[in-house]
Design a protein around this ligand. Structure first.
Ligand code: NI
Length: 225
């Protein structure tokens, strides 16, 4: 399941993030790539322990905590510290699957959901599309600055070469309470249907109460915490 989430960051937050990133040091993105990805990865990243990455990461984590769509789509148990990357002209990231386990601060976490938060307006660069392959085909994603896409970390994906401008983004992983993408997808659809019914029926209507109970009991059944 691939979900795009608009307006995760407000325009003034995007502007602040970009201002801080403009004066930070970037290093070769291969430092965090695994054996296979390192051969197809060509971009720049802010070092994960750089003060700028930590300050900006907090802004993003706060925004995610307030974002109902992210919460219901990802069902987060833990969100890894957001990272920041950039693709200048000629840079690209070939097909790969993200590493399954990461250990920020020494604590091992499983990557269930991948997120890309776009930080450059699409009109400012050419190329740089995120291409995600899933069971339903190929999705090409290029979003306004401040918007985000979440997709299963099990998906093969790539970033097409940038041919003009520079594409900046934040990317990070989430360990979900529900590791299976198909179950997360069903819970997401059910939650959206409940929201839709609640806009038309009172909250004490037996259909609303019954569906809400069903949603919570499925979470109870499937969640690992
Ligand atoms: Ni990736």
């Amino acid at each position: 399941m691939l979900v795009t989430i608009p307006d995760v960051l407000k325009p003034e937050e995007v502007a602040h993030v970009r201002r801080v990133l403009e004066s930070t040091d970037w290093v070769d993105g291969r430092v965090t790539a695994g054996d296979q990805a390192v051969k197809v990865k060509n971009n720049l990243q802010v070092p994960i322990d750089a003060p700028a990455a930590q300050e900006l990461g907090q802004i993003i984590l706060r925004a995610l905590a307030d974002n109902a769509t992210f919460m219901t789509a990802a069902l987060p148990l833990r969100v890894l510290p957001p990272m920041f990357n950039r693709y200048d002209v000629g840079m690209t990231f070939g097909a790969h699957v993200d590493g399954s386990i990461r250990a920020p601060h020494g604590q091992r976490m499983r990557t269930d959901v991948s997120s890309t938060l776009f930080l450059t307006p699409p009109e400012d660069y050419d190329g740089g599309e995120l291409v995600v392959h899933d069971t339903y085909g190929t999705h090409t994603v290029k979003l306004p600055a401040g918007h985000m896409v979440v997709y299963p970390a099990t998906s093969m994906h790539s970033v097409t070469p940038v041919t003009r401008g520079s594409r900046w983004a934040s990317f990070f992983w989430t360990q979900s309470m529900v590791r299976d993408d198909w179950r997360r997808h069903m819970l997401y659809d059910l939650d959206r249907s409940i929201m839709s019914i609640r806009s038309r029926l009172p909250d004490d209507d037996p259909a609303v109460v019954g569906l809400a109970a069903h949603y919570h009991n499925l979470i109870r059944h499937w969640a690992e915490t």
